[in-house]
Design a protein around this ligand. Structure first.
Ligand code: TRP
Length: 458
């Protein structure tokens, strides 16, 4: 019921919020996807454009989500209902909840693979990988298996449900404050190990990995690469479906939203770059190819861990890093769904987390099997996994983000956004007109990403 008082949990501190929002942002997108798209689209020039996209698209949408969440103290559907009663803007929130279902269902499948690979690394399962080809075959045997990927998908969803079940403070906040520092330690260890690797042959060097990542060659930057970078800016910051809006709704007015947003962006970018350093120094030192695409993590790296000094431990740490990063992101996806049912449908949290967590697990079963037994089922020419990825990543997130910016321009008004951003001691010196202009520019960027994405091949 609208306007009814709902007792709401709040984060224990600003750090807790930043850890949780950072935990959501830092995920498979940073450690699996960012390095491989950087590899495919040519390295440093791509990285620079990506950083620019983060500022042009990521920052404004993130601020809008935080501000709407905190202002209304509601999760997406309720938030739009509160700000624009009697309109259809709540559909933006509804699309977010739906996106939560879809994204988490297949995100958990990949996260399950990473869980499986921790154990593979732990029990010497990489030992026989003399080449990426051998590693690839082993990976395929696993991913196409009719049962094993389902088991790991189930284990992962179980962990996600467990944490969301415990609530905002005792669950999400507590686990993020434990797991995020651990994640930072692991990624730093891996990056240092990568940088200090000696090339296995005279002409090979870890430093070439750093060059690849940081020395730009703009002739390598393609239009398609630019679009991929812009789309990724959304995904990596968990924007466009109300996850950050929901986390923002657990904030009090004391917090400075702009500072928090900058922290989250810096952390997210730092993790992506550190993961890139860890991966590319290693890849280059051992003479492998950086541009091998999505399989970089599951084919190339295990083959590298099999031969590199200290590779056993590094393999375990690497897949632990991926699993933890995925877990802290997945929590935010289930939280959007859970918060909706708690707030708008009057469910108790425990029931909502368990019931919808299980539903999401079930929804993930077909895409999980689409690498193997269900591989022949194609919709719109895509496997179920690709379809889920495509629908959410290419349509729902950019569209959700675009609608949020438009909502702010047209209905909520930039002045209300500024008012919210100025709480918590931020001396934001920007006029309403300038804010409007910035919002229009960022709406254009988002619109371009979306429209061009419809026609591009990626
Ligand atoms: N940001 C996460 C990553 O980089 C993915 C993610 C988590 C996400 N929650 C989200 C993406 C919400 C979009 C919306 O892996």
């Amino acid at each position: 019921m609208e306007g009814e008082y709902i007792p709401r949990e709040h984060w224990g501190s600003r750090t807790a919020f930043i850890m949780a929002a950072g935990g959501s942002a830092i995920g498979l997108g940073n450690i699996w996807k960012f390095p491989y798209i950087t590899g495919v689209y040519g390295g440093a020039a791509f990285v620079m454009w990506y950083l620019f996209s983060i500022l042009m698209i990521g920052l404004p949408v993130m601020l809008i989500e935080y501000a709407i969440g905190r202002r209304t103290q509601r999760s997406p559907v309720g938030a739009f209902k509160a700000l624009a009663p009697g309109t259809f803007y709540w559909l933006i929130g509804a699309m977010g909840v739906l996106a939560g279902f879809i994204i988490l269902s297949y995100y958990s499948v990949i996260a399950g693979w990473t869980l499986a690979y921790i154990f593979k690394a732990l029990f010497g399962g990489f030992a026989g990988f003399h080449s990426p080809e051998v590693a690839r075959q082993a990976f395929e045997a696993y991913a196409t298996h009719p049962i094993r990927p389902l088991l790991t998908h189930a284990v992962f969803m179980f962990l996600v449900i467990l944490i969301v079940y415990q609530g905002v403070k005792k669950g999400i906040e507590r686990w993020n404050s434990i797991l995020m520092p651990l994640l930072a330690v692991i990624v730093i260890v891996l990056a240092v190990r990568g940088i200090t690797l000696k090339g296995v042959e005279a002409h090979l060097s870890a430093l070439n990995g750093l060059k690849f990542l940081f020395a730009p060659d703009f002739t390598k930057l393609t239009g398609n690469g630019m679009l991929v970078a812009m789309g990724h800016a959304f995904f990596t910051l968990s924007l466009g479906m109300g996850a950050m809006l929901t986390y923002g709704s657990y904030l009090s007015e004391r917090e400075n939203l702009i500072k928090s947003a900058l922290w989250v962006i810096v952390m997210d970018t730092a993790f992506a770059l550190l993961a890139g350093v860890a991966i590319f120094t290693t890849v280059f030192a051992l003479g492998f190819q950086p541009g091998s695409g999505p399989g970089l993590i599951f084919n190339v790296l295990p083959a590298i861990f099999a031969v590199m000094p200290g590779g056993g431990i590094m393999g375990v740490l690497f897949f632990l890093l991926l699993s933890i990063a995925a877990l802290t992101s997945a929590i935010s996806l289930l939280e959007v769904v859970t918060a909706y049912f708690v707030e708008q449908r009057g469910w108790v949290r425990h029931r909502a987390a368990v019931v919808w967590g299980i539903a999401i697990f079930l929804l993930g079963v077909p895409p999980a099997l689409s690498f193997g037994v269900l591989g022949n089922i194609k919709l719109l020419g895509m496997t179920l996994f690709d379809l889920f990825d495509y629908l959410s990543f290419k349509y729902m997130l950019p569209l959700g983000g675009l609608f949020m910016v438009l909502f702010t321009i047209i209905r909520w008004k930039p002045v209300s956004l500024l008012q919210e951003l100025r709480k918590g001691g931020s001396a934001l010196r920007i006029s309403n007109g300038a804010a409007l202009a910035l919002l229009i520019v960022s709406a254009l960027f988002v619109a371009i990403t979306f429209i061009a994405g419809l026609f591009g091949k990626n």
